[in-house]
Design a binder for this molecule. Sequence first.
Ligand SMILES: [Cu+2]
Length: 443
Amino acid sequence: MMRKPTPHGVSRRRFLQLSGQGALLTVLAGSGLRQALAEPLTPQCLQYPQPSCHEIRLLATDGFMSLPGRRRGADNGVYAFGFRGVLPGETFAGAEVLIPKYKFQVQWPSPILGVDKNSTLYITMTNLGFEIRPDLDDAHSVHWHGFRNPNSIFDGVPEVSIAVPPARDFPYFYRPRNEGTYMYHCHFEDTEHVQLGMDGIVYIKAATPAAAPFLGRAYDNDSNTTRFHRQFTLLLNEVDPAPHDGLRDIQEFIWSNYKASYWLINGRAYPDTIVRDQELASYASGDFNLPFAGLPPDPDLGFSQPVSSLIQVTAGETALLRFVNLGYEQHAMQLLGPRMRVVGHDAVFLGSQVYETNTVYIGPGEARDVLVTAPSFSLAQAVLEGTIADPAGRPYNRYWLRNRNSQRLVNGNQPGLGGMVTQMWVYPAAASLPAQPGPNVTV
Ligand SMILES: [Cu+2]
């Protein structure tokens, strides 16, 4: 069942011949780690020709994450597992190339996967093994949680399927049919591997385009009620550092003792949540800005937590917030300001059941599609009110998006505000925010 770590049964020479027939196109924005690349014209797609065929590469490995009070650079980071993406040109590289480069370079959250409805999709996952625990020969798998037409061999549940041992890879095959927001995670020893960080957001794009200035829509057949200008994926998790430290130190953890002390959005706790992409390299308070040893300080490649949770939007625009909860607690996310319009639960369009609220309740393993239209805010108002400006000099109005449980607005035993809270920055039209090239891209 397992194949050698070579490019998918097509010889390298044959693959180079085939790929010479057309350029490898990057169909998604981002350079592969914040958001996974989906590359067309792959060996699998050529071998079994299908319309709209794409391939994504994921790598499973370990490393250290940086949370407030547990900074990676201070040698006290939080031990973690996770999936990584690859850089352009590496989608079909063998494990012998990827292990020396990416092993021990874990990232949170796993890459955002945005895929086309009715496409043919291969996700090839390679297990790079663990650097800190070479004694563990844990396998990994990819489970697309909520996928509507699963085939057990590609569903990632190891007890009824297969899992991928170290230094091996496996191509998962999907036909995404139902648009909406989902999640994926490792299903091997899943309580441990999900808590350790092997989870991410996958969404299926609606097939019907939305006319400019809209960027897209959340659902097809929506009577134009789910159109949005910008989109943000928000992965909710909690972390109890004890099992992370136990794994690092070869100590057993009793899971009924689980007690979280960090609450995260996209793998970050406030104030890290609102750090923008271009601030990563100079962010003084954190150490997730430290480049990994041996890797260049590339904004996507070099950082352990590359996905910002800051929501930036122009007044009057609609933002799509794709909430996913892969923690073990229910969360209630409250937006202090404009009302939220909940249009989807677990990748199902609510239609006549769409509701407005200021608090979104979301249980473990659940997803919510939420639209927020930014309130009006003019440059004149900004000047009049002496509003704060971002580092580029653009004035903005600020709304808090927070967990409504105050006990989850802390970072361990650190004083002050922390945890599962971020902000929505609303800019006047005159600020001319650039169009968003991909989800969660901040300016
Ligand atoms: Cu795993």
